[in-house]
Design a protein around this ligand. Structure first.
Ligand SMILES: Nc1ncnc2c1ncn2[C@@H]1O[C@H](COP(=O)(O)OP(=O)(O)OP(=O)(O)O)[C@@H](O)[C@H]1O
Ligand SMILES: [Mg+2]
Length: 341
């Protein structure tokens, strides 16, 4: 299959009202050529609405959408250089895998020989040639998902759009298919936007993530940056786990105050010995999480969650817990980061 010459995506001032409500508010986003970006946010925040406008299935009330520098906002989906994989991937049950994949080309009245060649290339890419003549009902969920992906890739789009591509798969298959998608995306160098509400999924495949809330992008950055320097309290709680406490930190303890502090569980250190920066703490709960455990600790000033590796202490164990790093928020915005003096 030929490598797509991928253009980037540039969205400016995108606006949409649905059912009398403003759903997307002057959204701006620029995706670089060959980049994989996730739109991540809670249910109802406007992810699908945004993707449908990019694909051309929904007309924005205002704004510009450029693919590879070309304005596409007035073009129908079939005239845009993009292909979308829908959440319920909608395969035709009466058609074979190959017929499903070739369908968009048939619609475009491509010659039979060309269709056959491009279908084979797309099926090879997603590793499904052996199921070419199978019907969708006879193949697994992951294989159905890859068929839907092949049906998008066969169009050789400049821009690939995926709406919750993994939501119908079980936990193990999700990880496998998301790695497949990332591998194919990088091999083709195809600009891709994935919609998801799963932060772990977004963190593991994306070059950058746009965290959405209420029809707005709260922060658009790399996974590592979103985690270490979340711009808002919303981003901090949505990405990763966070101890959220009202007040501020003084001499290693939480004291009342106007702001909010956020502490990642890995920045709370629990041990048997007293520590000059720590406070006495008791283990109230231990939640095994695989290669680490989450401890629920009680200190006189606060309840804190902490991660430990190795053999976790038993419930009821007394020790010392100290805070090594924290985030400071005011009115929901990050205003500082703290470390012990
Ligand atoms: N045709 C419509 N008429 C009125 N409201 C709509 C319409 N389509 C979507 N909405 C509303 O717009 C908001 C955003 O919907 P959207 O489908 O974009 O959310 P989402 O972020 O994709 O959520 P999910 O994670 O649940 O799929 C929701 O509150 C939804 O009810
Ligand atoms: Mg959706």
């Amino acid at each position: 299959m030929t490598t797509s010459v991928s253009g980037g995506l540039a969205i400016e001032g995108l606006h949409k009202v649905l059912g009398g409500r403003s759903i997307i508010h002057s959204l701006d986003m620029a995706v670089r050529p060959g980049e994989l970006v996730s739109l991540l946010g809670p249910s109802g925040c406007g992810k699908t609405t945004t993707l449908r406008m990019i694909a051309g299935f929904l007309t924005p009330d205002a704004g510009s959408i450029k693919v590879g520098g070309r304005e596409v906002v007035n073009l129908g989906p079939e005239h845009r250089p993009s292909a979308m994989v829908f959440q319920n991937y909608a395969l035709w049950p009466h058609m074979t895998v190959a017929k499903n994949v070739g369908f968009p080309l048939k619609l475009r009245k491509r010659p039979k020989a060309e269709i056959a060649e491009r279908v084979d290339a797309a099926l090879t890419l997603v590793n499904l040639m052996h199921h070419k003549d199978s019907r969708p009902a006879r193949i697994s969920g992951g294989e159905q998902q890859r068929t839907a992906l092949a049906r998008a890739l066969v169009q050789e789009p400049e821009l690939l759009l995926l709406d919750e591509p993994l939501s119908n798969l079980d936990a193990k298959l999700r990880v496998k298919v998301r790695e497949d998608i990332r591998e194919i995306q990088q091999r083709l160098g195809i600009t891709t936007v994935i919609v998801t509400h799963d932060q772990e999924e977004a963190m593991s495949v994306s070059d950058r993530i746009a965290v959405m809330n209420n029809g707005r992008i709260e922060q658009f950055s790399t996974p590592a940056d979103l985690y270490s320097t979340p711009a808002t309290e919303f981003v901090a709680t949505f990405i990763g786990s966070l101890n959220r406490l009202e007040g501020r930190i003084e001499d290693g303890r939480v004291v009342p105050g106007a702001g909010v502090v956020g502490i990642r569980p890995e920045d709370v250190v629990f041990g048997p010995e007293a520590h000059p920066r720590g406070l006495a703490a008791t283990v109230e709960r231990v939640v095994p999480r695989g290669h680490f455990a989450e401890l629920h600790l009680r200190r006189e000033d606060a309840e804190l969650r902490s991660y430990v590796t190795g053999v976790p202490p038993a419930v009821g164990t007394s020790g010392c817990a100290r805070i090594e790093k924290w985030l400071e928020f005011e009115d929901g915005q990050l205003v500082g980061q703290g470390t012990p003096a």
